[in-house]
Design a protein around this ligand. Sequence first.
Ligand code: AMP
Ligand code: ZN
Length: 114
Amino acid sequence: MEDCLFCKIIKGEVPSNKVYEDDYVYAFKDIEPAAPVHVLVVPKKHISCLNEMTEDDELLIGKIHTAITKIAKQLGVDEKGYRVINNCGKDAGQTVMHLHFHLLAGMEMGEKIV
Ligand code: AMP
Ligand code: ZN
């Protein structure tokens, strides 16, 4: 996707603070961190949001979640805990239309929505 910010980040056309990469996944620090640890975990394949996922992407979703657990360990937040958020669509406040999971940690997160 030519105009997609996260595709450009994955290709290195827009700078990012990378924390993890494998064949399927790229992860980098959020530019406006909402917690001491705030990492965006994105598939290298352009999928705009969860609505666009198909059964063919089931392996990929597993890869993303395996990456999240590796990153949590790598950043030393696995023991104390972390929150994983996906915003899908307008009501959830999704602003970048390339599927991504927020990994938040490093503080007590307070009130839960769910
Ligand atoms: P969402 O609101 O769930 O679509 O999340 C998009 C996230 O992307 C927000 O938390 C932004 O702060 C973050 N973001 C936007 N542009 C960049 C960028 N160039 N580098 C890193 N994070 C970004
Ligand atoms: Zn994209």
